[in-house]
Design a binder for this molecule. Structure first.
Ligand SMILES: *[C@@H]1O[C@H](CO)[C@@H](O)[C@H](O)[C@H]1NC(C)=O
Ligand SMILES: *[C@@H]1O[C@H](CO)[C@@H](O)[C@H](O)[C@H]1NC(C)=O
Ligand SMILES: *[C@@H]1O[C@H](CO)[C@@H](O)[C@H](O)[C@H]1NC(C)=O
Ligand SMILES: *[C@@H]1O[C@H](CO)[C@@H](O)[C@H](O)[C@H]1NC(C)=O
Ligand SMILES: *[C@@H]1O[C@H](CO)[C@@H](O)[C@H](O)[C@H]1NC(C)=O
Ligand SMILES: CC(=O)N[C@H]1CO[C@H](CO)[C@@H](O)[C@@H]1O
Length: 420
């Protein structure tokens, strides 16, 4: 009854104040909610830097602003796994053509099986992280021994520098290396941190001095997806489908950033992110319980997130794949610009987890599932791949992606460079 009366009122209001070109009782800014355009675009303009024919997952930028992308083999063979972009539409296999495919009988530690990301470290080495799962891997199998690895190359010459294979004992439970970051000044000769996106999930640290590996947080809530997770993108809900059978995505620990001596990660099929001291992650003397207890929970980030990156001022960027956006959080008190819980802006030291405030850098319909990002000379570069429209995430496994898939850069300030 109440509803009926309101409907009548609305109808008569409309009769008195028709919205026509000649007479607009309201104008933009009158309130929020008068115009469809009230979905606003936020932040600086996006500059398109490259168009890809295949959907990329990984992105790096070398010191000369050359862009590198990865075309993984998670849903089939791709002709080239890692490329260097030589023009807006042009690419060449990188570091060479021969390494892109393992040949029959070749040692899988010497060629690309399924590279997920490409990452520049702070001493000029360009690394790739290879999941080691061939495009035609049998369901339920583990990664190829030797295939799951990180490999480094000279960013200028493409010359191979070294390879760290993930030892077989850590490949159990379908361990699925997804992303990697490097701290070259941690320990004697630096460490790599790898996220394992498998259902049970874990995080690996690799000692670059002797190649030893530690696997932590295996199958804990801080790395596993939310139970029955459903996301939303472009206004549509996203399930993981097996033909017409409904399912829930279980992609686990995924994006990584290193900042303020911490290791940051997000759980893709969730809206959760966490951090932990890098020193804790490399300390083999700690028990699993002690490591879990050291995990910091700064509150949710309101988005599924496929990638993270960080800059030289301790700002962590979250690729808000579910929100057509990129978010950020300042982890150094000196960068905080508002009073939070009585603590004024500025000061020094790391921001404690309870004062983390995640903010929006950009929001734009052109950001169709941002996946990986890299920072150079005040620019944040990122790729997009429309993951939400891919066969796994569409009813009856229809591929609704429509390329080319665009990579962009956005200005973040001249004093901002890569974190490490
Ligand atoms: C890799 O193998 C695929 C499938 O056999 C082929 O189409 C592609 O050309 C190969 N890539 C290179 C760089 O040789
Ligand atoms: C890469 O190669 C160049 C040219 O040979 C050399 O100057 C540089 O030191 C190398 N960098 C690394 C990280 O090996
Ligand atoms: C992972 O954790 C889940 C939920 O706690 C449990 O049911 C499962 O048995 C665990 N799996 C492994 C391999 O430990
Ligand atoms: C999809 O469904 C088929 C038929 O029920 C089943 O055999 C297959 O294992 C399922 N695939 C996955 C990835 O769950
Ligand atoms: C890298 O490790 C060093 C030594 O522990 C630490 O001081 C530094 O903050 C770390 N870098 C980042 C970006 O976290
Ligand atoms: C491969 C593997 O160990 N999978 C396990 C991951 O965790 C689930 C429970 O959520 C088990 O059912 C799987 O067997």
């Amino acid at each position: 009854m109440m509803f009926f009366q309101l409907m009548l009122l609305a109808a008569s209001a409309n009769a008195y104040f028709p919205i026509t070109d000649g007479f607009r009782p309201f104008g933009p800014g009158y309130n929020r909610g008068a115009y469809p355009q009230d979905f606003n675009v936020v932040g600086p303009e996006l500059q398109a830097v490259h168009d890809s024919q295949d959907p990329p997952t990984g992105l790096a930028v070398d010191d000369g602003h050359n862009i590198y992308l990865t075309y993984p083999r998670n849903s089939g063979q791709t002709p080239v796994n890692v490329v260097k972009c030589t023009g807006f539409n042009e690419e060449q296999p990188w570091p060479n053509a021969a390494i892109q495919n393992c040949t029959e009988g070749q040692d899988p530690s010497t060629c690309f099986v399924n590279v997920q990301n490409v990452v520049l470290d702070s001493i000029g080495q360009m690394w790739v992280v290879d999941s080691g799962f061939p495009y035609d891997a049998e369901e339920g199998s583990n990664a190829l021994v030797g295939g799951a690895k990180i490999m480094s190359f000279n960013q200028t010459t493409g010359e191979h520098i070294r390879t760290h294979v993930i030892p077989e004992q850590y490949l159990s439970h379908q361990m699925n290396p997804n992303d990697v970051r490097f701290n070259n000044t941690l320990g004697t000769n630096g460490y790599a941190f790898i996220t394992d996106a498998s259902t049970n999930s874990s995080i690996l640290s690799v000692n670059l001095d002797d190649g030893s590996v530690i696997r932590r947080l295996f199958n804990t809530s801080v790395v596993r997806a939310d139970d029955h997770y459903v996301s939303s993108c472009d206004g549509f809900l996203v399930y993981c489908w097996n033909k017409t059978d409904i399912g829930y995505c279980t992609t686990a620990a995924d994006g990584i950033a290193l900042a303020s001596a911490n290791f940051y990660w997000g759980v893709l099929s969730s809206r959760r992110f966490y951090y932990i001291s890098q020193e804790v992650m490399i300390d083999a003397s700690l028990s699993d319980e002690e490591v879990l207890a050291a995990v910091q929970n700064p509150g949710q980030c309101a988005t599924e997130q496929a990638g993270f990156t960080a800059d030289s001022k301790g700002r962590v960027y979250i690729l808000a794949s579910e929100q057509n956006a990129i978010y950020y959080v300042d982890t150094q008190q000196s960068e905080v610009d508002m009073t939070i819980n009585g603590v004024p802006p500025g000061g020094s030291g790391p921001v404690p987890a309870e004062r983390y405030v995640v903010k929006t850098l950009v929001r734009n319909g052109m950001i169709q599932h941002a996946d990986s990002a890299a920072i150079l000379d005040g620019w944040l570069y990122f790729c997009t791949n429309q993951l939400q429209l891919s066969p796994d995430r569409q009813y009856n496994n229809v591929d609704n992606r429509k390329g080319p898939f665009r990579s962009f850069r956005v200005w973040i300030g001249e004093d901002r460079g890569p974190a490490v």
